[in-house]
Design a binder for this molecule. Sequence first.
Ligand SMILES: Cc1cc2nc3c(=O)[nH]c(=O)nc-3n(C[C@H](O)[C@H](O)[C@H](O)COP(=O)(O)OP(=O)(O)OC[C@H]3O[C@@H](n4cnc5c(N)ncnc54)[C@H](O)[C@@H]3O)c2cc1C
Length: 426
Amino acid sequence: MSGRQATADVVVIGAGVLGAATAYELARRGLRTAVVERGAPGREGSGTTAGNLHVQAVHTRRPGQAVPLDSRRFLPLQKAASERWSDLEADLEADLEVRRAGGFTVAETEGQVAELKAKSAWEAAEGIPSELLYGPAAHTALPALGPTVRAVNWCPLDGYANPLLATRAYLAAAGRLGARLLPFSPVTALARHGSGWRTTIPGGTLDSAAVIDVAGPWLDAVAALAGVRLRMTPVAIQMHATVRAPVVLRHLVQHIGEGLSVKQVTAGNVLIGGGWPAGGLDLAGRSRTSTHSLAGNVAQAVRVLPSLARLRLLRMWAGPLAATPDEMPLIGEVPGERGLYVAGGTYAFTFAPLWGETLAALVAGERPPVAVADLGPHRLMRPEPPRPDPPRPDPARPEQPRSDRPDRPDTPGPAPREPVDDTSGR
Ligand SMILES: Cc1cc2nc3c(=O)[nH]c(=O)nc-3n(C[C@H](O)[C@H](O)[C@H](O)COP(=O)(O)OP(=O)(O)OC[C@H]3O[C@@H](n4cnc5c(N)ncnc54)[C@H](O)[C@@H]3O)c2cc1C
């Protein structure tokens, strides 16, 4: 948009992997799509993510997480996402360094072994291939495992992709189909306009029938511009990378009872993560890393895979993500706000192709590829504060003519809203 006013069928707010995937799916349906991005695309959650493709049930509590994730509800979504990652490189005509070499989830205690058994049964019921291996069989399957590991669950579909390539490839493919990307265009206002929406960015406005808020950790702050408040919690977590090394690990390794994920990426670095909290969330700049999390996460990785102790650590970084209070994904149209859609939550990298397709289907009035009615924003909407009671006439004072009451509007104004979260960075 070169200033002033422009139109589109759909405006997508945020050019992380979710916004990019959604733009691609919308453009594939022939919808005129504009993606507006506050800064450079793919720099926030999608530029700092571990990039794991989680197909087997994940650890249900990342460090600091209040509510455990509902694995059984998650699994059909993980399976559907997995299917979409299989064809993605061909669809986007790009190398995303997708590696599906399978993954092990380890258990070190009796309780964790019982959890592995339960999750393996749920996976089998869902049609996700998984295999439990105990004691020596586990160590034969993955000789790098340390002596504390009692059992593993193997899933051949787990993997990872290079997140720095994925968002870029989605945006390029969307662009080839006619989608417009407007980087360095922070949305400053979002309001109803006729039967659709008006999105304001520096230099102009965009009018569209639908708006999709996929602003990641800023999702709530963007929704608040339209008067919608959602109970989302932005958090920052951190990652650690070793120097490049010859191949020491071909699979993704996770832990059933603790936040841990380890893999060796195509370039040779071993990435260690698992949702350990960063030192501080900074949505206006770069979140700080924590040496406490560094020590805890790396010690855990070395306990599970002792040979990692030989590799030097190269760097660590922190990135922000948007967590929902129930740890389940958020996706759907905002009740009472026709044409305004939101999507986000944890594991959004794994889910990006699925959520892109789902959002495009919802906007186009098609049946979504998976049932998402229970994942909508209805469950996260914060009630507007109650309107103050209208002033009662004081029987001791006669009613004054309206013209004498300039400070009292004839009709009550909009109910006061909670202030926009001051961690929003705007
Ligand atoms: C360290 C880390 C590790 C992770 N590991 C995994 C993993 O292994 N597997 C997995 O599935 N998930 C993982 N996640 C989660 C997942 O990667 C992220 O949640 C996902 O990438 C978020 O994508 P997104 O597009 O929703 O948000 P983001 O990538 O954060 O993008 C949101 C975009 O919105 C833009 N924006 C904000 N406000 C405005 C505005 N007012 N106007 C315009 N644009 C705006 C931002 O600038 C940003 O670019 C991880 C996350 C982190 C941080």
